[in-house]
Write a protein that binds this ligand. Structure first.
Ligand code: ATP
Ligand code: MG
Length: 337
């Protein structure tokens, strides 16, 4: 089974070749026996709540995603800045792969942000390959995770690649890609004529959708003296519902829309500076990531912009496309055996 997994600072996105998808917060906490599980229907589907046991001499029990946010006291986003330490991502990756592999051996395509990619991708690939053979129990289902192959591909470039392959596009000009994530915004410039990414024009801006959440939190704190948790604010933004907090009702989606302007301006000014000498040659700027719609207005002033369909899954979809192409190439070179 071919599986593409995009482990973001904020959320894990995954797709398999059967068309199934997963999306959960990149949050891990210590798991425990839930004696109350199922006693009260809490509205969340099983798929949003991952109870992971990594089997072995000393089994490790984790809550992952929404279940960690809701029940683990030590729930945290486990990434250090580089996002490449295999130990940190192990519970997230095993959960994502376990949920998508259907018990079959897996060809995994996953990535790293562009900046650490060249230095760290080979090491991370080896570490991930060593996870093969790990036995887990995911939501009480026993599974053995087997990797036939691990393929690494840079994030952001993944989104661009997926778009070109899916559309069968052969553009000839300059294509920009802006991937607005939770903590970071990656920008990449692709010269479609020469078929290469222009190295000096890539950048990682340390800003993303989480800054909008923090700005909303701060405003509520100024008004009522206490700040709601970032998860409550984020959930209200994503679901488009008001937040009840400290006996008040806050129009959090409206507040977030007002604060998003700052993020958009910051991204637009960095893009304008970094791509300065190519701005007039841009054919289109593709927008990926969960925060893509937030920057569309500001970036449209610089060049024609397009939010990629299903923008939050753009990297995962690109990884899957990369996997399909490499598997097809391998078959062709082994004479179709
Ligand atoms: N259904 C949804 N679930 C989660 N996030 C959503 C959803 N719909 C929109 N979003 C937005 O997408 C944002 C996360 O975007 P994305 O998943 O691209 O970030 P990331 O890849 O985890 O971060 P980074 O690229 O910095 O590592 C959220 O903060 C939220 O604003
Ligand atoms: Mg991302």
């Amino acid at each position: 089974m071919l599986v593409g997994v995009d482990l973001g600072f904020g959320y894990c996105k995954g797709l398999n070749e059967a068309g199934e998808r997963i999306l959960f917060p990149s949050v891990v906490g210590t798991g425990f026996e839930r004696r109350m599980a199922g006693m009260v229907y809490d509205g969340a589907s099983e798929a949003d709540n991952y109870d992971l046991v990594v089997l072995g001499d000393t089994p490790e029990h984790y809550f992952v995603g929404h279940l960690a946010l809701a029940q683990a006291r030590d729930a945290a986003r486990p990434f250090s800045d580089e996002r490449s330490a295999a130990g940190e991502i192990r519970p997230l990756l095993l959960t994502a792969v376990g949920a998508l592999c259907k018990g079959e051996p897996v060809t995994l395509v996953t990535g790293l942000p562009l900046e650490p990619y060249f230095k760290q991708a080979p090491g991370l690939k080896k570490s991930l390959e060593r996870f093969s053979g790990t036995e887990i129990r995911l939501n009480d289902r026993p599974l053995k995770i087997t990797f036939e192959k691990v393929i690494m591909f840079p994030q952001a470039v993944g989104a661009l690649y997926g778009h070109l392959v899916r559309g069968g596009l052969r553009p000839s000009g300059m294509i920009g890609l802006v991937d607005v994530g939770y903590k970071t915004t990656d920008i990449v410039l692709y010269d479609a004529g020469a078929k290469r990414v222009l190295e000096g024009y890539a950048d990682t801006i340390p800003a993303g959708t989480n800054d909008v959440v923090v700005a909303v939190q701060d405003e509520i704190k100024r008004e009522v003296g206490m700040a709601p948790s970032p998860e409550w604010v984020e959930e209200a933004v994503i679901r488009g519902i008001p937040l009840r907090f400290a006996r008040r009702k806050f129009d959090v989606p409206g507040m977030a829309a007002a604060k998003a302007g700052q993020l958009a301006e910051l991204v637009a000014s960095r893009v304008a500076r970094r791509w300065r000498d190519h701005l007039q040659r841009l054919e289109v700027v593709l927008l990926a990531g969960g925060g893509a719609p937030l920057v569309q207005g500001a970036l449209s002033r610089l060049a024609p912009c397009e939010v990629l369909p299903d923008s939050q899954f753009a990297n995962a979809a690109g990884f899957l496309a990369k996997g399909l192409v490499s598997v097809a190439r391998e078959k062709a070179s082994s004479g179709g055996k």
